[in-house]
Ligand binder design. Structure first.
Ligand code: NAD
Length: 489
């Protein structure tokens, strides 16, 4: 492997790869519990340097107005990632526990190719709009609307789909003309740090345009929300941390963009093929050990078909054995850490205390003494008021809930503090569309349609966040709007 060849990653600050001022911290393979190597451990001082560098690059270079340079740099980064895709794939499998089959999609190849959308959008975007001549207050005026970069963006990301989430911020934020400091999760530092290596070796990014700061200390990332020289913070992670980011950002009134948690519902209407729909819900809930914010983890089925639905879900989930993510057949790998495994186990224990039963799974697999594995689990016998039906578990766990018709199904789906995603299955597409329209969520899958795509906006209602990532809406999150009014002569 040429990337991270010495088993140690560095920070990217002001165009240079530098060590962390607090030394290093280990990064661990969640499937084996082996230490893969170490990552640079940044201090608040290192983060200050990164913010200063991003500020200078924004204020003192032509980065924010030079579309051609930005597009060239992003395409160079994309090509470097393509050229190193084999190494990145192995790194992603070993550091994230990402199942190999998913690296062909959202775990690696998808986000690399999606950089094209950011670059293409910058090239074709209409940066100014002529609003025409008018006489406001009797004064003849020509008006132009300009879209401009916000400034310095702080991007804070989680560990679950790190390439996808890092690049869904890096691509549009830089394409739009911002400079950026990326602060990845301490559980997956290398996936972000390798970008620094590729950028310094293969691209023309000017010093400071992009900075990457790994740290085991969450407080180092919090500086991005607080610092007056950061104009916008773009955060993906838990709702609790999102709340802290928003609070920290209030002092400087910076723009805050949040992609947070979810507890999405998969609605099976009474005319649907219940067995097929439940099998699909069960498969989805097992993928990447359920560590996806938009996974539908509440399966809401007709009361009269409840037992059949539980059996179908358990038939699928019980057959998915958590396994080695490097195998091309593995769907469900490990969860990211011992802490996360114990958190999921805590929710499984809670399900029993709440009166639920397990139709399959329920704990750690007996055949694995190493690695942070949890069995895909179907919880039955609870309604939507149970904590396991209301709180995000972030493991391979599906709770099956009965509904009494379409109105009740919609009520249950919307009875959540979250509003990220949803699914509707019905034999009647019009009926399904009507139900989809009533869901207070940012994305809906109807009968198996796929909303995940570079040109489709993704994000949440309610406590799942604000703003949208990806699509033109995602690009425009990183823009300000200026109206220039010129006295007409
Ligand atoms: P987390 O909220 O614990 O951490 C996310 C990031 O925030 C990490 O980089 C962490 O170091 C940093 N952080 C922690 N405290 C901070 C603070 N006070 N100020 C600034 N940064 C801070 O989340 P996680 O456990 O890494 O990821 C799992 C969560 O992310 C789940 O809740 C999941 O639903 C959510 N998620 C949401 C989306 C989405 O698009 N809606 C996508 C993926 C994950």
């Amino acid at each position: 492997m040429t990337l991270l060849g010495d088993g140690e990653s560095r920070l990217l600050i002001d165009g240079k790869l530098v060590p962390g001022s607090r030394g290093t911290f280990p990064t661990v393979n969640p499937a084996t519990e082996e230490v893969l190597g170490v990552a640079a451990d940044a201090t608040v001082g290192d983060m200050m340097d990164a913010i200063d560098a991003a500020r200078r690059a924004f204020d003192e270079t032509d980065w924010s107005t030079n579309v051609e340079l930005r597009v060239r740099c992003l395409r160079q980064l994309q090509q470097a990632m393509r050229d190193h895709a084999d190494e990145l794939r192995e790194l992603t499998i070993s550091e994230v526990g990402a199942p190999r089959m998913l690296t062909a999609g959202a775990h690696l190849d998808g986000p690399i190719e999606d950089l094209s959308f950011a670059a293409d959008t910058a090239e074709s975007y209409q940066w100014t709009t002529d609003l025409g001549h008018a006489t406001p207050q009797g004064i003849p005026t020509n008006r132009t609307i300009a879209r401009e970069a916000v400034g310095v963006v702080g991007a804070i990301t989680p560990w679950n789909f790190p390439h996808q989430i890092n690049l869904a911020k890096v691509g549009p934020a830089l394409a739009a003309g911002n400079t950026l400091v990326l602060k990845p999760a301490p559980d997956t530092p290398w996936v972000a740090a390798v970008l620094g290596e590729l950028i310094t070796q293969h691209t023309d990014f000017p010093a400071g345009a992009i900075n990457i700061v790994t740290s085991r200390d969450h407080g180092v990332g919090a500086l991005l929300s607080k610092h007056a020289d950061v104009d916008m913070v773009s955060f993906t992670g838990s709702t609790a941390t999102g709340r802290a980011v928003m609070t920290d950002a209030a002092e400087t009134i910076k723009k805050v963009f949040l992609e947070l948690g979810g507890k999405s519902a998969f609605l099976v209407l009474d005319d649907a093929d219940v067995a097929a729909a439940c099998a699909m819900a069960a498969f989805t809930a097992s993928m990447h050990a359920g560590q996806g914010c938009a996974i539908t983890t509440r399966l809401v089925v007709p009361r009269a078909r409840y037992d059949e639905a539980v059996a179908a879900a358990a038939g699928t989930m019980g057959g998915i054995k958590p396994g080695d993510p490097s195998s091309p057949r593995t769907v469900c790998g490990p969860v990211i850490s011992a802490r996360q495994r114990d958190r999921v186990q805590g929710y499984l224990d809670l399900a029993l205390q709440e009166g639920g039963t397990f139709a399959c799974g329920g704990g750690r697999p007996a055949d694995r003494d190493k690695g942070f594995f949890i069995e895909p689990t179907v919880i039955a016998g609870l309604d939507n008021s149970a904590r396991v039906a209301r709180e995000e578990i972030f493991g391979p766990v599906l709770t099956v809930i009965a509904h009494d018709g379409d109105d009740d199904a919609v009520r249950i789906a919307n009875d959540s503090p979250y509003g990220l995603s949803g699914t509707v299955f019905s034999a009647d597409p019009q009926r399904a569309a009507g139900v989809a329209a009533r869901l207070r969520v940012g994305t809906v899958n109807v009968n198996g349609g796929v909303w995940y795509s570079a040109d489709a906006p993704f994000g949440g209602y309610k406590q799942s966040g604000n703003g949208r990532e990806m699509g033109i809406a995602g690009f425009e999150e990183y823009l300000e709007t200026k109206c220039i009014a010129t006295l007409a002569t």
